[in-house]
Design a binder for this molecule. Structure first.
Ligand SMILES: Cc1ncc(COP(=O)(O)OP(=O)(O)O)c(N)n1
Ligand code: 3NM
Ligand code: MG
Length: 232
């Protein structure tokens, strides 16, 4: 008799287009409107990234986004702040190399939480191999004016090298737009994280849809290439 093993956890999968918010770039349209339009355009995951908001408005914003995204089954990830993730019952947290250690985040958030970790150096990539994380944020793939306190960009070659080594899903971030989204997927990313090309776009829904179309095309092409390798 075949025994069906229960899954150890039921974390949401992170794939496709990943929106990272920037309140200032959303302008007077408001953050929730831009998030809503981006999801209509195809964003499959949203990270609330607030670098200047005090804790209480941060929690309130996170709860509003959770209420907006939950019925659409789009995961909400909180940048940096475990306490905000817990307070808003978000789906997970994104952690940088200077943020809360991943093992502590896992212990506090539990087995079903999505935990993403930025990797900035090859040492970070090696160390992450033993960690219980759900994806690596490849930080940054290209230089970007949206975040300037980064290490040297990995480039497409660096991304491909990480793909060959790491067993974790990869989220590419930094300088991604419709013009290079397919390139980062073909170079090894499972997911492309985007800030300005959506938040600052005059039509965030269309911007997200255009980037998502590039990602879908590249994911399908990758899948076809893989099948061709198995059944030449
Ligand atoms: C998907 C994703 N990847 C990387 C980052 C960067 O995180 P971090 O290095 O902690 O920098 P800040 O975003 O906190 O400034 C990210 N946020 N998301
Ligand atoms: C939030 C963030 N993290 C980065 C990293 O390299 O870790 S780059 C970045 C901002 C990416 O913005 P844009 O899509 O406008 O280039
Ligand atoms: Mg951080």
């Amino acid at each position: 008799m075949t025994m069906i093993q229960p899954r150890a956890h039921s974390r949401k999968k992170i794939a496709g287009l990943y929106l990272v918010t920037d309140r200032a770039l959303c302008g007077n349209r408001g953050l929730e409107e831009v998030v809503s339009l981006a999801v209509q355009g195809g964003a499959a995951c949203v990270q609330l990234r607030e670098k200047d908001l005090p804790t209480r408005p941060f929690v309130e914003e996170a709860k509003r986004l959770k209420a907006l995204l939950s019925p659409l089954r789009v995961p909400l990830i909180i940048n940096d702040r475990l306490d905000v993730a817990l307070a808003a019952e978000a789906d997970g947290v994104h952690i940088g190399q200077e943020d809360m250690p991943c093992d502590i985040a896992r212990r506090l958030l539990g087995p079903n939480a999505v935990i993403g970790l930025s990797v900035e150096t090859w040492e970070d990539v090696e160390a992450a191999e033993l960690m219980d994380v759900d994806y690596l944020g490849v930080s940054p793939v290209f230089a970007t004016p949206t975040k300037t306190d980064t290490k040297a960009p990995w480039g497409l070659e660096g991304l491909t090298r990480i793909r060959a080594y790491s067993s974790h899903p990869l989220v590419a971030i930094g300088g991604i737009s419709r013009d290079n989204a397919a390139d980062v997927i073909l170079a090894g990313a499972d997911c492309a994280a985007v800030v300005s090309a959506i938040c600052a776009a005059s039509d965030p829904r269309m911007a997200a849809a255009d980037i998502q179309a590039e990602i879908s095309w590249a994911l399908k092409k990758k899948q076809r290439n893989k099948q061709h390798l198995i059944h030449p």
